[in-house]
Design a protein around this ligand. Structure first.
Ligand SMILES: Nc1ncnc2c1ncn2[C@@H]1O[C@H](COP(=O)(O)OP(=O)(O)OP(=O)(O)O)[C@@H](O)[C@H]1O
Ligand SMILES: [Mg+2]
Length: 287
C-alpha cells in the first residue's frame, strides 16, 4: 500500500500536470555560465534539506554535491532514511533544497516560481515510482497521453505518440486496459511510457522494481537501460538492490544525508552487451 508521502507525491504530480497545462509560465533562460555546465545536466552544490515537524527537526540532506553528465546512468543506494528519496525529489523539482544550489540543465531552480518549477518538471523530467501512480479511471493510452496536454499538440498527435510509446514498452496489445486490468509489470511499463511522453532529458526512478517480482524487475531495469542507450536519456535510479545498481555507470552511496562513496557499476559493460540482443519475455510471450 502506498503511504501518506507517496499519496502526496501522486497528488503533486497530477496537480503539476494540470498547472503546467493551465498556466504556461515563461521558461527561464539558462544561467550565463552555461559553458561550465555544458554537458552537466544535474548539478547540486552544498544541498541541504531540513524538515521541521513541530519540535522535531530532521536533516534529511546535509550538504550534497553531485554532478551528473548528460547520458549518465546513476544509481543511488543507502540505508532506509538516509535521504535517497529526498534527494531524488529535489532532483525532480518535486521539492526544493533548504540551502544550497541546484542547477537543472543550467537553470538555477531555486529562483523559480512554483508555476515555472511545474513547467521545468513537466518539460525536462520523467518520473517512475514504486507505486506507479497511474490514474485508475483512465486506460493505458489515456494515462500516457495525460502529461502531453501541456504540449499544446492536438489530441490525434497525442494519441499517436502514446501509441508509439506503448509499443516501445511492448504494450500495444493492452492500450485500452485500465490499471486494475494490468499486471504489476505492465502497470510499471505504462508508467515508464508516461514518463517518456514529454521526451524528458532526465528519467528519475524511485525503487521502480520494489513492487515487482525479481524476473519482471530485472526486465524493467533492462528496458530502462535500453531506453537510456537508445534515447540518450540521463537515468537516476534509487534502489536497494546491488544487482540493479551495478548496471549503472556510477553508484552513489548516501548515509545520514551525505554522499559517502561513489563507485563504478560492476556489470555495466555486461549489460551493454546483453542489451544488444535483449528481447523481454513480454515480447516473446505476447498473446
Ligand atoms: N515530509 C517529511 N517531513 C519530515 N521528515 C521527512 C519527510 N520526508 C522524509 N523525512 C525524513 O527524512 C529522512 C530521509 O527520508 P527519505 O525518504 O529521503 O529516506 P530514504 O533514504 O528514501 O529511505 P527509504 O529507503 O526507507 O525509502 C528520514 O528520516 C525521513 O523520516
Ligand atoms: Mg525512499
Amino acid at each position: 500500500m502506498a503511504g501518506t508521502r507517496e499519496r502526496e507525491i501522486g497528488r503533486n504530480l497530477k496537480a503539476g500536470y494540470r498547472r503546467a497545462a493551465a498556466k504556461p509560465a515563461a521558461m527561464p533562460a539558462p544561467a550565463k555560465n552555461m559553458e561550465e555546465c555544458e554537458k552537466t545536466v544535474l548539478r547540486l552544490q552544498g544541498v541541504t534539506k531540513r524538515y521541521t515537524l513541530g519540535e522535531t527537526i530532521v536533516d534529511a540532506l546535509r550538504g550534497v554535491d553531485l554532478e551528473v553528465k548528460k547520458g549518465d546512468s546513476i544509481s543511488i543506494m543507502g540505508p532506509s532514511g538516509s535521504g535517497k528519496s529526498t534527494l531524488l525529489h529535489i532532483l525532480g523539482c518535486l521539492d526544493i533544497p533548504s540551502t544550497g544550489k541546484y542547477y537543472l540543465d543550467g537553470i538555477d531552480v531555486s529562483t523559480l516560481s512554483s508555476d515555472a518549477l511545474a513547467q521545468v518538471r513537466a518539460k525536462k523530467i520523467g518520473f517512475v515510482f514504486q507505486f506507479f501512480y497511474l490514474i485508475p479511471s483512465l486506460n493505458a493510452v489515456e494515462n500516457v497521453m495525460l502529461p502531453m496536454v501541456f504540449d499544446s499538440v492536438g489530441e490525434e498527435e497525442r494519441f499517436r505518440r502514446a501509441e508509439k510509446l506503448l509499443n516501445d514498452v511492448g504494450l500495444s496489445h493492452r492500450m485500452y486496459h485500465k490499471p486494475n486490468e494490468l499486471s504489476g509489470g505492465e502497470r510499471q511499463r505504462v508508467a515508464i511510457a508516461r514518463a517518456l511522453s514529454q521526451e524528458p532529458a532526465v528519467l528519475l526512478a524511485d525503487e521502480p522494481t520494489g513492487n515487482l517480482d525479481s524476473v519482471v524487475g530485472e526486465e524493467i531495469i533492462s528496458l530502462f537501460h535500453k531506453l537510456h542507450h537508445d534515447k540518450c536519456i540521463t537515468l537516476v535510479t534509487v534502489t536497494h538492490d546491488p544487482g540493479i545498481a551495478n548496471y549503472s555507470d556510477k553508484i552513489i552511496y548516501i548515509k545520514d544525508g551525505r554522499v559517502v562513496d561513489i563507485s563504478k557499476g560492476k556489470n555495466h559493460a555486461a549489460l551493454k552487451e546483453r542489451l544488444k540482443t535483449f528481447v523481454p519475455s513480454w515480447e516473446k510471450n505476447k498473446r
